[in-house]
Design a binder for this molecule. Structure first.
Ligand code: HXC
Length: 256
């Protein structure tokens, strides 16, 4: 297996382990990743950390040799597989973070873009270099990058294919934070720590409100917020959270 899944405390950890090819996403890896996501979904995990094996790369993108000479319909299937797997990741009920501790290019950055959050180390080198190969991103990059950094920046990055270093990544909102302390897993766990004590339902409703609202105009976005905040208000966790405040105690959330 080149994609491993382990659990540390309440956190699921997916590690891409194909360091000799800088953890490039062969179709085999994509399929394994899809299967592992199902296991995460069925688990009790409250958050997910994704890392790549080795010092050099989070993930160098789609497996380039595999892309050579594929008939058009097979290629279409390939892009569809990548899109489906990353969409499943984006739609996980629990928050996810990609720890970018080296190269994250092409499909590797697209994987990170499908996570709820991205943390980079100083060694991070990110980009969508597909145009240099005569390609364009096909695993969600042209759609998720502009939603994160804005259309103008996304166009410049996709059309130049240039590399973004950690500091710029943080400045433009491509990564949430730079953190160099400890292993990639420790970095991911530390980032998620402040969220773990909250109700999973509240976290999910909040994320849905922001992310669905981003696809809508302001009127519809406000409707989405109103409906989801009402759902949150009706949850047992909201009753518990409000009562705990009155009682001056720590709430004991049950995740809905
Ligand atoms: C397969 C890869 C690979 C990849 C690197 N390797 N990237 N194998 N697919 N995407 C392999 C190399 O062939 C080499 O194997 C080993 O990993 C180490 O890579 P080097 O190039 O020797 O390392 P380095 O000089 O440090 O350069 C690192 C790098 C460079 C800058 C990341 O490898 C690189 O530019 N890789 C390609 C990045 C890229 O263009 N990604 C986008 C792919 S397209 P050997 O056996 O020689 O040691 C994509 C979207 C497709 O992702 C969407 C389709 C629908």
């Amino acid at each position: 297996m080149t994609v491993s899944l382990t659990f540390v405390d309440q956190i699921a950890h997916i590690n891409l382990s194909r360091p000799k090819a800088l953890n490039a996403l062969s179709f085999q890896i994509l399929s394994e990743f899809r299967d592992v996501l199902v296991q995460v979904e069925e688990s009790e995990a409250r958050a997910l950390v994704i890392t790549g094996e080795g010092d050099k790369a989070f993930c160098a993108g789609a497996d380039i040799p595999e892309l050579i000479g594929r008939p058009l319909m097979r290629e279409l299937e390939g892009a569809q597989l990548g899109q489906e797997v990353f969409q499943a990741l984006a739609q996980l009920k629990i928050p996810s973070v990609a720890v970018i501790h080296g190269y994250a290019f092409g499909g590797g950055l697209e994987l990170a873009l499908a996570c709820t959050f991205r943390v980079a180390t100083d060694h991070a080198r990110m980009g969508l270099p597909e145009v240099k190969l005569g390609l364009i991103p096909g695993y969600g990059g042209t759609q998720r990058l502009p939603r994160l950094v804005g259309e103008g920046r996304a166009l410049e990055l996709v059309m130049s294919g240039r590399t973004v270093y950690a500091e710029e990544g943080e400045r433009i909102g491509l990564v949430n934070k730079i953190d160099n302390e400890g292993s990639p897993l420790e970095i991911g766990m530390r980032f998620l720590q402040p969220m773990l004590k909250h109700s999973l339902c509240a976290l999910y409703f909040a994320r849905e409100a922001v992310q669905r609202g981003m696809q809508a105009d302001i009127t519809n976005g406000l409707r989405i917020e109103r409906d989801l905040s009402t759902l949150a208000y009706r949850s047992d966790d909201a009753s518990e959270g409000l009562q705990a405040f009155i009682d001056k105690r720590t709430p004991n959330f049950k995740d809905c």
